[in-house]
Design a protein around this ligand. Structure first.
Ligand code: SF4
Ligand code: FE
Length: 483
């Protein structure tokens, strides 16, 4: 397993082509806007070497028997699925942001079982190739960026009917030694902190879409791949050189537009090419795993938010007010409800044909649908408890100013035992989680990440088994039920 430092060094060796605010970034690792996101991924390496977290952060590879970072593991039982969620909660607590590495973990698990089943049915050899890839990922302890979401253009049309044929990633040329692909993937989490990319199709497809039914892996800095970095609310505060105003200056997440400009992929790295009838299954499984993930990561970030809200109440002298206590209890209730479904879908997991375990899809979709709502209520309650100062207070530069600093100190102090700076720090952290850079991961991503709420409703409708429930009711009500 790599150490945090080895991970950072390995990223420096990559030759990324990145644009940020209209400019080419030569060194993404040290760029002040990007760096905190690298720190968050680095934490997934550092904690794996901490004996305290060994049980959660590491696993035994079923391929090599070696100890590996759990982010590269293929889940071998329901205990693995549960540990995954616990690991994500831990990392959410340690970073208060998106630590990005889960998309790759979820992608390898989904592609593993789907390629196995494809080979069984069609006699293809995708699973052998894929296992080779996973072996490399485990031995070299790599970060993989699972890439699913295409730009999708006009939502009323399938891939092959789009006016611009590149709006879904597609094969533009098949050669004896591989394929050439073109297109883009949008809001790619952790793209610039990843070593390799694992591309999957984004929707169920028909025969006419066969060129779009493509899955492959590629080095993140391969020829023809480039990135356009996504903006986040308040991101340029990281350029001001102040620490308090950023709210969480150590950690963050990032998303980018990932462009494939005629990229050559050798056959050994292709895991689906034209088997359109398996694209829906791959989408369903990847989405299922990532919906489970949110029952861990968002809960960990929620723990930090609840802690910050409780501190804000302490610092304001409002911690004894019964309505404040009540709101904090409500926050815990909501957060633990998210966790419950994350754990439940893991405990109810089952074995797929390849041996890799998958979550209960109904419960994973319930988990994610809860996530589209509860963090909004949690942020509402945190803002309520924090008070308006979290969005109106002066900057760190004012606090540090030789003259007006004293004024800031005087008017924002609440108790002689609590430094004013502590109060400002906690309020900025709440601002960061609810409105700032971390709100990307905690709020809007809670809505749309791993699929928008309607996608979960569709899956819940499909998995909910209404007919079974109708039969139960008929029996109780004395209506004849044909056996
Ligand atoms: Fe992991 Fe959560 Fe970020 Fe997805 S949103 S990559 S599950 S931390
Ligand atoms: Fe996500």
């Amino acid at each position: 397993m790599k150490t945090g430092q080895e991970y950072e060094d390995s990223l420096r060796k990559l030759n990324f082509k990145v644009f940020l605010q209209g400019q080419r970034v030569e060194n993404p690792v040290d760029h002040p806007i990007i760096r905190p996101s690298m720190n968050a991924v680095k934490m997934t390496y550092e904690l794996a070497h901490d004996p305290q977290y060994e049980e959660l952060m590491t696993a035994k590879s079923h391929l090599s028997g070696e100890k590996i970072n759990r982010f590269t593991n293929l889940h071998q039982n329901t205990a693995d699925l549960i540990k995954k969620v616990k690991m994500q909660r831990l990392l959410g607590q340690k970073t208060a942001s998106c630590f990005q590495r889960c998309v790759g973990m979820d992608a390898i698990n989904a592609v593993d079982s789907v390629t196995f089943e494809m080979d069984q049915k069609l006699g293809t050899e995708y699973h052998r190739r894929f296992t080779h890839f996973v072996q490399m990922v485990q031995t070299e302890d790599l970060v993989i960026d699972g890439a699913m979401t295409d730009p999708k253009g006009d939502r009323s049309k399938p891939p092959h009917k789009q006016t611009d044929p590149d709006l879904y990633v597609r094969v533009v040329e098949k050669r004896h030694d591989g394929v050439v692909v073109r297109g883009a993937k949008v809001h790619q989490t952790g793209a610039l902190n990843s070593h390799w990319i694992l591309v999957m199709p984004t929707v169920s497809m028909s025969k006419e879409d066969a060129d779009y039914a493509i899955s492959f892996c590629a080095p993140a800095d391969a020829e023809g791949i480039y990135y356009i970095y996504g903006r986040q609310s308040c991101d340029t505060r990281k350029l001001e050189g102040s620490e308090i105003d950023v709210g969480n200056c150590q950690f963050g997440g990032h998303e980018a537009l990932m462009v494939f400009d005629n990229v050559f992929i050798p056959w050994q790295n292709v895991f689906m090419c034209g088997e359109y009838e398996f694209s829906g299954l791959l989408v369903e499984r990847f989405a299922g795993y990532h919906r489970q993930s949110y029952g861990g990561c968002k809960v960990g970030v929620g723990d930090v938010l609840i802690g910050a809200a409780a501190l804000a109440a302490d610092y304001n002298g409002a911690n004894k007010a019964s309505h404040v206590k009540d709101k904090l209890i409500e926050m815990i209730h909501l957060n633990e409800t998210l966790y419950s479904s994350g754990i439940a879908c893991s405990a109810e997991g089952t074995r797929t044909a390849s041996g890799t375990y998958i979550i209960d899809l109904l419960l994973a979709n319930v988990c994610k649908l809860n996530v589209t709502r509860f963090p909004y209520e949690l942020t509402r309650l945190a803002e309520d408890i924090a008070g308006g100062l979290m969005v109106t207070m002066p900057s760190e530069k004012d606090l540090r100013h030789p003259e007006i600093g004293k004024v800031v100190e005087k008017y924002f102090n609440t108790s002689s035992s609590i430094p004013t700076e502590w109060r400002l720090r906690i309020l900025r952290l709440i601002e960061n989680l609810t409105l700032g850079t971390a709100a990307v991961g905690y709020r809007t991503e809670s809505m749309h990440g791993a699929g928008s709420p309607q996608a979960q409703r569709v899956m819940i409708a499909r998995q909910g088994n209404f007919e079974h429930k109708k039969k139960l009711a008929k029996k109780i009500a004395g209506i004849p039920v044909p056996e």
